[in-house]
Design a protein around this ligand. Structure first.
Ligand code: C2E
Ligand code: MG
Ligand code: MG
Ligand code: MG
Length: 290
């Protein structure tokens, strides 16, 4: 029937015929609508300094409210926003909003913002970051920018130049999801990252039967130390994982065990004070995988 329709292929796009396409169109519409009406939200997940057992700051994580009141996660809509060339707008909003929020926190707390590789294409990310800092009145050293391997796969001089510009401004550059891709290791000597974040896949494997993963995590922490890069371990979900990290000598931890991402509206002074008081600790009785 499709062939018989010939070039007049409007029938391919009837809703009944392609629910996947329909869903994509709906998602695109929702993204455009959220951009026009300023309807994204940031949630903030705490990061803790492991040796001092204190709050270090938060990572800003974007969510898009859906018509039914649920929140659409970034991995669902960010790639589509990239295709639509709306990520620059969204990313600039995230930077402005995160910097503005962080400016209300105690001055020792940092805020981490994730950047899409697409935000490096126009070549003006330095200006956008500078404007967000200036408007918020936030000191540059309180902002961390998280990038993933996919950015560095480009490995072009223009990307490196933009990263250097950002670093010169005093902003911290973080390699996110370290160890998840093919060539994370090869980027460590090409750019002086301030911090590396070990991908949560490592923590997920830690409780499994083959515990060499713990040895690898400790080796990455040692490598980070040698390179003068701080090391955060993300995706800490269990007391057992937390106890392992207590002994492993990393710098920071992040994960559901210590705190889930929470909406900005719930991140009031009282919550900040609570996080300040004490980092949740692993029970001393938990078995260590060392
Ligand atoms: P990411 O930067 O690696 O952020 C960590 C993700 O892991 C977040 O998912 C967080 O909710 C989740 N997570 C944190 N702790 C745990 C844990 O203990 N267990 C498990 N299973 N998950 C944990 P989320 O918020 O869905 O974000 C997913 C990814 O979307 C982020 O990964 C980041 O790459 C991207 N993203 C988030 N916000 C933005 C943004 O504003 N801009 C861009 N370009 N990307 C963003
Ligand atoms: Mg991140
Ligand atoms: Mg990550
Ligand atoms: Mg990730």
């Amino acid at each position: 029937a499709a062939k018989a329709a010939g070039r007049n292929c409007i029938r391919f796009f009837l809703p009944e015929m392609d629910t996947e396409l329909q869903a994509r169109i709906e998602l695109e519409r929702a993204i455009r609508d959220a951009v026009l009406n300023d309807r994204f939200e940031l949630h903030y997940q705490p990061l803790f300094e492991i040796s001092q057992r204190r709050l270090a700051g938060f990572e800003a994580l974007i969510r898009m409210p859906a018509a039914d009141g649920t929140l659409i996660p970034p991995l669902t809509f960010i790639p589509v926003a990239e295709d639509l060339r709306l990520i620059d707008k969204i990313g600039a909003w995230v930077l402005r909003e995160a910097c503005r929020t962080a400016a209300t926190w105690p001055a020792h707390l940092t805020v981490a913002v994730n950047l899409s590789p697409v935000q490096f294409v126009a070549g003006n990310i330095g200006d956008i970051v500078a404007a967000a800092l200036k408007d918020a009145g936030l000191a540059a050293h309180r902002l961390e920018l998280e990038i993933t391997e996919s950015l560095l796969l480009g490995n072009t001089e223009t990307i490196m130049a933009q990263l250097r510009t950002l670093k010169t401004m005093g902003v911290a550059i973080v390699m996110d999801d370290f160890g998840a891709g093919y060539s994370s290791l090869s980027y460590l000597w090409r750019f002086p990252f301030d911090k590396i974040k070990i991908d949560r896949a490592f923590m997920q494997s830690l409780d499994g039967p083959h515990c060499q993963v713990g040895t690898v995590v400790k080796a990455i922490i040692a490598l980070g130390r040698e390179l003068r890069m701080r090391v955060t371990v993300e995706g800490v979900e269990t007391a057992n994982q937390a106890a392992f990290l207590d002994a492993a000598n990393g710098d920071q931890v992040q994960g559901f065990f210590f705190g889930r991402p929470i909406p900005a509206s719930e991140l009031g002074a009282s919550i900040l004070a609570e996080f300040e008081k004490a980092m949740p600790r692993a029970s001393p009785a938990t078995k260590l995988h060392l």
